[in-house]
Design a protein around this ligand. Structure first.
Ligand code: ADP
Ligand code: MG
Length: 331
């Protein structure tokens, strides 16, 4: 069977099932945003890796090497954020055609350095090889967290609230603008969100230290698709209210020009790198108090139900909405 018939998530399942754990320090291997390894009695090491490939994740026509460098660090930071961790070190593997101008690589690293400075992380090393087909950048990022502060995908419980940080769907609309060559909107916040997402490290650290969340994931593939990972790992369902989705002013202004379905980019557009988390409703006041001090909004969009993996999306009249495409998958 070919990978396109197996699908990305089933492929990862197959890999997981044929893999044994040989070292006793492994707390979480495949299956969450970062792997978790016990360091000592209190602390854990978090490890994550993500690839950006030309033609799949970016086009040189739409972005600059500087922003690309920033983004490849940001998307890895987002996976450390999703565990409630503090990022520490990273490694970079570059696969680049021999014809690439060396200036491109310099600018790429300038972008990475900016994000490294912003988040106080250090480059440890990497690898470089020639490519026959476009540029790929693979980053491995290491972080740490107190063992009892790590937030997994598997902790959601019946009646928990489902919350998201920031606005969703902006990145997908930004990409549509770039694809439709709306370059005149270069300063538009939708395009900015796509090219230069902000990882929610600070928000996540506070959520984890105050023990607000029962589960958490970042949105890389799409709200519905990523929420499904929480549901399947927690063996619960969810009911989401369409009217509660946090949509930005720019989303409301441009969505109908770019997408046939008004809610589709918010429900299944990827790469917002916002956080979805669940929490016991008794933490609501604590959450509101915390986010009052932060510049990022937070919104409760629904609740967890007991039916395993049943995901219901309701419109403002209480009608069920069916979703054709739930998010991005590679095969
Ligand atoms: P995320 O979107 O948070 O980066 P992914 O969907 O890429 O997560 O991966 C889900 C899980 O599968 C992670 O634990 C990741 O480490 C693991 N994974 C993905 N691809 C592979 C692979 N080829 N081999 C082993 N583990 C993998
Ligand atoms: Mg993730």
């Amino acid at each position: 069977m070919q990978l396109k018939q197996v699908g990305e998530f089933r492929l990862i399942d197959i890999i997981t099932r044929q893999t044994a754990r040989y070292h006793p320090s492994v707390i979480q291997a495949i299956g969450d945003d970062s792997a978790v390894v016990k360091m000592d009695i209190k602390e854990c090491l978090l490890i994550t890796t993500d690839i950006l490939k030309e033609g799949i994740h970016f086009q040189q026509e739409y972005t600059s090497p500087y922003l690309l460098g920033k983004k490849c660090i940001s998307i890895n930071l987002s996976d450390i954020a999703a565990m409630g961790g503090t990022p520490l070190y990273y490694l970079v593997s570059l696969i680049v055609p021999a014809s690439t101008p060396s200036e491109f690589v310099k600018k790429l690293y300038r972008g990475m350095n900016t994000q490294a400075k912003n988040f106080k992380i250090s480059l440890l090393g990497g690898d470089t090889i020639a490519s026959q087909d476009g540029i790929s950048i693979a980053i491995t990022l290491l972080g740490k967290a107190a063992k009892n502060h790590v937030i997994y995908r598997r902790g959601a419980r019946k009646r928990d609230l489902v919350c998201v940080t920031g606005f969703i769907g902006d990145s997908a609309l930004g990409l549509l603008m770039l694809e439709k060559k709306h370059f005149k909107f270069n300063r538009n916040s939708l395009i900015r969100k796509h090219l230069d997402p902000i990882p929610r490290i600070e928000e996540a650290k506070k959520i984890s230290r105050l023990r607000i969340a029962s589960s958490m994931i970042d949105i890389s593939d799409g709200l519905i698709s990523d929420l499904r990972h929480i549901l399947s790992q927690s063996k619960v369902g969810a009911r989401i209210q369409l009217s509660s989705l946090p949509l930005s002013r720019q989303y409301k202004k441009y969505c109908s020009d770019l997408s046939q379905e008004f809610y589709q980019p918010a429900l299944s557009g990827g790469e917002d790198y916002e956080l979805i988390f669940t929490m016991n409703p008794r933490n609501r006041l604590k959450l509101e108090k915390l986010f009052k001090k932060l510049s990022t909004p937070v919104t409760c969009i629904g609740e967890i139900t007991e039916n395993p993996e049943e995901l219901i999306v309701l419109d403002k009249n209480g009608r069920h909405i069916s979703i054709e495409k739930e998010g991005y998958t590679h095969f």
